[in-house]
Design a protein around this ligand. Structure first.
Ligand SMILES: Nc1ncnc2c1ncn2[C@@H]1O[C@H](COP(=O)(O)OP(=O)(O)OP(=O)(O)O)[C@@H](O)[C@H]1O
Length: 843
């Protein structure tokens, strides 16, 4: 491998051999070798020094220099001469100043010099190598030709064979270096990397001459020293060493991949200093001289040479004949002619060198021109890129400004929106709210709903306040009526007592009547106290109606018909109209007139019809039987049965009470008028009670005839009408009409001792019982019972004016004693009705 380089050296051409490879791969061993296996350096020295013939040995001299480049504490590089003891060197423009060179005489002397230099080389033990090189070692074998006069000239006429032993690249994980060793390793790796970069740059430059060669050689002393080789000006050979181990596969493959392209590197052999050139004296020529000499030679080259060769003996013969010179002069002429020939040869060499230099300059000019063009194109491309980048920057700026303006608009819109939402909270129009809810956020919708709810609460308060005011009006009316009834009741008590005494039928004494009167008087305040409660029930129904209205406001549905309550006060009619919407069943229609109230049941009592019919049949039969039979025993039995029925229906009679309240009121008024002052009870309007069943209508007809003998009872398919057209008193006096007693006797079934009771009251009781029987199915429904509260309150308002005391509040002992007297005392039916109301309505 080193032989071509040695031949080039001997021919006057410089060359370099560099060993590359990882640490411990055998670079040093390959370069220097050992005793048995000599390396490249011993082989080259042996080749150079052994083949020198005597002639050439007298003309040239070989020098040996050896130095190393190492790191100085990992910070800088230093050059250390291995042949001179402890001498530091410095590099200047690819030449090292002060380096010692040793003249080589024979191979053994050279090997000894190298061995002494290796001993001075920096080495250390690492994990990869027991004697790892820590520096780049360079060996120069310079061959210099002697001058004609035997003197040694400058280095310009010498060739150098450079052999480099690079420190192997190391992996920290593998070597485990630390501290100074680690710094040395970094230095070694850095130098190896720079060396490789220079080679790569040279290769790329040779592939593409337009691509300039980068100056990586400046990054280390080694590459600076080997600049001519790394720039391709001199021949170079690379020697790669690898480790055979499997663990070194990665390093080996990496090195081969990295160095394989280097085989394509070509070298332009420019410096061709032949041995002849070194043997000859160098001629100092200026370019003008060279040009002039070339011109002369070009004109007279052939003629002069020919003439010199042909005419020279003739010239010498003429001169000898003419001047009589001797043969010695001929030899001098030959010597001169040889000199001329040699000069011509030198001139020819010079011309050839000049031509090569000219070609080189032209090529360099061409290269520079191409480089300039390429550079211009690159600059143009960069300019275009800059323009594009500027345009992008402008567009981005425009986008940024537009985004800023947009964000500002959005902020303004947000502020407007917030302000609109604040203003919207103050609005009360529902239409506006609905319209705004379309654009409001859910939060706004919640606030709107809250305002709406608060507004509804205000309306509810207003409604309640109206109800309270209405309650006051009603209470005034009821109290006024109650006072009148109290006064009338007292008169009735007195008249009844008087009549009882006259007819000698009662066992009751005046004292008992007085007690009853007192009890009634005591009961009256209680009812007066309960009146507001009833009214409050009405108000509660009004609240319910308000809630229902609120619901209907949302659902936009109207399910109830208009109701009407008869009142003397026209102003109260409309106000009281609404409570009945909630009180009465939906199937009931309430018709109103100036001073009347009628309830019409449009629905059929389909549930429990048979049972209702049976009950009513029984009641009618009992009534008829009691009419025919005037015996007290039968009446007592019937009354007991009625009482049992009453007990069964006690919990269910509330509903029918609402339907029959008007009849009861009228009957009560009639009875009160007949028992008292024979006053005329005038009912301007008939009360209609609808029925779906014909059988019930017939029974009702019969019963009504029996109950209202002086009334005109008309029945239709779904209604029963009782009309009192006469203005005469219905009942005059129970002592005056005995038939009335028999007729009305069975209608007093509640109290066992009341078989012969007050006729009017008994009629009321019978009607009440009858109606309660027909309303049995409705009474089973708790909702309708609850809805009946306001109507019951109306009834109770009238009944409350009776000023009776509840029977249950009396002592049991006194109850049995006073049953007869109290039952005879006119309001037994009302007492039963009151008890029913209290039990079912929980008043
Ligand atoms: N071809 C070979 N024949 C015999 N021994 C060898 C050979 N190559 C390497 N060795 C041995 O391997 C060891 C390491 O070799 P060497 O010192 O030359 O490696 P290196 O590449 O120079 O390492 P470093 O870069 O660390 O200096 C030495 O002891 C050497 O004797």
């Amino acid at each position: 491998m080193v032989s071509p380089l040695v031949e080039d050296l001997l021919n006057g051409r410089s060359g370099m051999l560099a060993a590359l490879g990882p640490s411990g791969s055998g670079k040093t061993h390959t370069i220097f070798g050992c005793g048995r296996d000599p390396g490249m350096v011993p082989l080259a020295l042996g080749r150079i020094l052994s083949q020198e013939d005597n002639k050439m040995q007298s003309q040239r001299i070989f020098y040996l220099s050896m130095f190393e480049i190492s790191s100085e504490k990992g910070k800088s590089e230093k050059i250390f001469d291995l042949l001179k003891d402890g001498a530091d060197l410095f590099i200047h423009q690819s030449s090292i100043k002060g380096m010692r060179e040793a003249i080589l005489y024979d191979p053994l002397q050279a090997e000894s010099l190298i061995a002494s230099g290796l001993l001075k080389r920096a080495t250390a033990m690492t994990n990869s190598n027991n004697q790892s090189s820590r520096s780049q070692c360079i060996i120069n074998i310079r061959c210099e030709y002697k001058e004609v006069n035997g003197e040694v000239g400058d280095n310009s006429n010498s060739a150098v064979l450079t052999i480099v032993d690079l420190a192997g690249a190391e992996r920290e994980k593998k070597t485990g270096n630390q501290g100074i060793r680690l710094l040395e390793s970094n230095f070694i790796n850095n130098t190896s990397m720079v060396f490789g970069l220079c080679l790569r740059s040279l290769l790329e430059h040779q592939k593409n001459p337009r691509k300039p060669m980068r100056k990586h050689f400046q990054n280390s002393l080694l590459t600076r020293y080997l600049r001519d080789y790394l720039e391709g000006k001199k021949r170079m050979a690379l020697l790669l060493t690898v480790r055979p181990g499997e663990e070194d596969y990665l390093d080996t493959s990496f090195l081969l991949r990295q160095a394989s392209p280097y085989t394509k590197i070509k070298f332009d052999i420019i410096e061709e200093h032949g041995i002849l050139n070194h043997n000859k004296r160098p001629v100092q020529r200026t370019p003008s001289y060279v040009q002039l000499k070339r011109m002369k030679l070009s004109k007279n080259e052939d003629s002069e040479i020919n003439q010199g060769s042909d005419e020279c003996p003739q010239l010498l013969n003429k001169e000898a004949a003419a001047k009589g010179m001797k043969d010695v002069s001929l030899t001098d002429a030959r010597v001169q002619s040889e000199e001329i020939i040699s000069i011509e040869a030198n001139v020819g060499n010079i011309l050839r060198v000049d031509q090569v230099e000219l070609e080189r300059k032209e090529r360099n000019h061409h290269i520079l021109q191409n480089f300039g063009k390429a550079l211009w194109k690159v600059l143009k491309e960069y300019k275009k890129k800059l323009e594009v980048a500027e345009n992008e920057i402008c567009t981005l700026r425009n986008c940024l400004t537009s985004e800023k303006s947009r964000s500002a608009e959005l902020e303004n819109q947000l502020r407007d929106w917030q302000s609109n939402c604040c203003c919207r909270e103050g609005k009360k129009s529902l239409d506006c709210e609905v319209a705004e809810n379309e654009t409001c956020t859910p939060r706004d919708h919640i606030t709107n709903e809250k305002t709406r709810f608060s507004k509804l609460e205000y309306e509810l308060r207003d409604w309640r306040s109206n109800c309270s005011s209405r309650k006051g009006i009603l209470s005034e009316v009821s109290f006024r009526e109650v006072d009148e009834f109290e006064r009338k009741d007292l008169e009735d008590h007195q008249s009844n007592d008087y009549n009882k005494v006259e007819s000698s039928t009662g066992d009751a004494t005046a004292a008992e009547d007085q007690e009853n009167t007192n009890e009634l008087n005591a009961a009256s305040p209680q009812w007066n106290g309960k009146e507001p409660a009833v009214l409050s029930g009405s108000c509660s129904s009004t609240d319910q109606e308000y809630r229902r209205k609120e619901e209907s406001f949302v659902s936009k549905l109207s399910t109830f018909q208009v109701t009407f309550v008869d009142r003397d006060m026209d102003t109260l009619l409309e106000e009281d109209h609404s409570p009945f919407d909630s009180v009465l069943p939906e199937c009931c229609t309430i018709s109103t007139a100036k001073s009347s109230l009628s309830f019409e049941n449009n629905s059929s009592f389909l549930v429990g019809e048979d049972q209702t019919e049976n009950k009513e049949d029984k009641t009618a039969q009992q009534l008829e039987r009691s009419t025919r039979d005037a015996t007290g025993v039968e009446d007592l039995k019937i009354s007991n049965e009625m009482k049992a029925e009453s007990a069964d229906w006690n919990g269910k009679a509330a509903a029918i009470l609402s339907g029959s309240c008007s009849c009861i009121d009228q009957e009560y008024e009639q009875g009160k008028g007949s028992s008292g002052k024979n006053s005329v009870v005038s009912t301007s309007q008939a009360t209609s009670i609808n029925r779906n069943e014909n059988c019930l209508l017939e029974e009702d007809h019969k019963l009504s005839i029996s109950v209202f003998p002086e009334c005109t009872v008309s029945s239709s398919n779904s209604s029963l009408t009782i009309e009192n057209k006469s203005s005469s008193p219905v009942r005059k006096n129970q002592t005056c009409n005995g038939e009335d007693k028999r007729l009305l006797g069975p209608s007093t079934p509640l109290m066992p001792g009341e078989v012969v009771g007050h006729g009017d009251n008994n009629v009321v009781e019978a009607v009440t019982k009858h109606r309660s029987g027909t309303k049995f199915q409705n009474a089973d429904k708790p909702k309708r019972t609850r809805r009946l509260l306001p109507v019951s309150s109306i009834l109770l308002k009238d009944i409350g004016s009776i000023n009776f005391k509840d029977e249950n509040e009396k002592p049991k002992g006194a109850k049995t004693e006073k049953n007869g007297a109290s039952g005879e005392n006119r309001t037994q039916g009302s007492i039963s009705l009151l008890r029913l109301l209290k039990d079912n309505l929980a008043i």
